[in-house]
Write a protein that binds this ligand. Structure first.
Ligand code: PMP
Length: 364
């Protein structure tokens, strides 16, 4: 039986994309790889809505590595603001607190989002080197009102960093238009490639502000990776540390497909699948964790009322669809999550709803 993975990343897969990684005798200096890296870096700019003034980075690791690499731009003693909508928003704080910077933090109730007003309140007469937040909070499925929050953050901080790990490739993403300075994602979520690469784009203004002595370590210091990325963009090989060669072959192909499909159509495809899933779960009497106006197009948190989410997930898996458990401690035992991103189609969404309905009958 073919299983459909509707987890929150890796999510709905594509053999076609995976198979692009199966190539023997390709090294980081081989012409096929140099071309894949060049085109993947341009593809990253495309899916992130970042113009050519942004420097794209693809480094080994995952979304977390790309997040932590932001330390390249921070100096000892810098004050930063973390605005969090849940567990993954909190990850910014967990990372930054490992470094000698001062972290101010605001959070929100699960299912809601921090507001422009909450930023105004905490930032009263303060100035930050950088503000941090999350586009789609994967622990709840909440999409932050990005343009509104960026506008407010720009008033109180020099730079703005956005975690688009569960968004880029499926949600509208406009680094240039929104004025994001550090925009992060990973290979395995809505872009739909295998895990293994941390991805970011950095604004020209932030690149010009790499401090002489940053707080970063060695392998995630983007000033070490800068020349390598510029070289690949120029169609030439370069080395700082070994890139995940085979992941990048797949990633490049996934990004080529994204350009072919266009982001407009991709965003609409994700919305259509999300709508179908939300309609289905509401028909079953469930509710979404996210307030209706804040529902993301990539992740849906489902409150299951009296039904045990663990039993539902087990019964769904027996029927061939794997969903994700809940992770937000404030909602423990009350919800699960559906990932609907990457190569999701309305057909997958229909199957997911059908399977869930069968599982619900079994466990009620
Ligand atoms: N941020 C968000 C919003 C995420 O969903 C995730 C992964 N679930 C991460 C960061 C961390 O990414 P990774 O697991 O690729 O390190």
């Amino acid at each position: 039986m073919r299983r459909i993975l509707m987890h929150v990343g890796p999510s709905v897969g594509s053999y076609e994309v995976l198979l692009k990684s199966v190539k023997e005798d390709v090294g980081f200096g081989s012409p096929e790889f140099v071309e894949a890296m060049r085109s993947a870096l341009e593809g990253v700019r495309y899916v992130m809505g970042a113009d050519n003034s942004f420097t794209p980075f693809i480094i080994p690791g995952s979304g977390t590595s790309a997040m932590e690499a932001v330390t390249t731009f921070l100096r000892e003693g810098d004050r930063v603001l973390v605005a969090s909508n849940g567990l993954f928003g909190d990850r910014w704080r967990s990372i930054l607190e490992r470094y000698p910077v001062k972290v101010d933090y605001i959070g929100s109730e699960p299912g809601r989002s921090i507001s422009a007003k909450s930023i105004q309140e905490i930032a009263e007469s303060k100035h930050y080197r950088m503000s941090f937040f999350t586009q789609v909070e994967t622990s709840t499925g909440v999409r932050a009102p990005v343009p509104e929050l960026v506008k407010e953050m720009k008033k109180v901080s020099e730079f703005v960093a956005l975690d688009g790990v569960a968004a880029v490739g499926g949600e509208e993403s406009c680094a240039s238009k929104w004025g994001i300075d550090y925009y992060v994602t990973a290979s395995q979520k809505a872009i739909g490639a295998p895990p293994g690469a941390g991805i970011s784009t950095v604004s020209g203004r932030l690149m010009e502000n790499i401090p002489e002595r940053s707080v970063s370590g060695y392998s995630l210091d983007l000033s070490n990776w800068k020349r390598t990325m510029e070289s690949f963009l120029d169609g030439k090989g370069s080395y700082f540390a070994t890139p995940p060669v085979h992941v990048i072959l797949s990633l490049d192909y996934a990004l080529r497909l994204a350009r072919e499909e266009t982001m407009d159509k991709r965003v609409r495809r994700h919305i259509a699948s999300r709508d179908q899933i939300v309609e289905g779960i509401e028909e079953m009497g469930f509710e979404t964790v996210a307030e209706p106006g804040l529902r993301s197009s990539t992740v849906t948190g489902v409150l299951t009322g009296k039904i045990s989410p663990g039993d539902l997930l087990a019964a769904s898996l027996r029927r061939g669809v794997e969903f994700a458990p809940g992770v937000h401690p404030a909602l423990a035992g009350r919800y699960f999550r559906i990932g609907h991103m990457g190569w999701i189609t309305e057909k997958d969404a229909a199957i997911a709803v059908h399977v869930l309905r069968g599982a619900l009958k079994e466990v009620s």
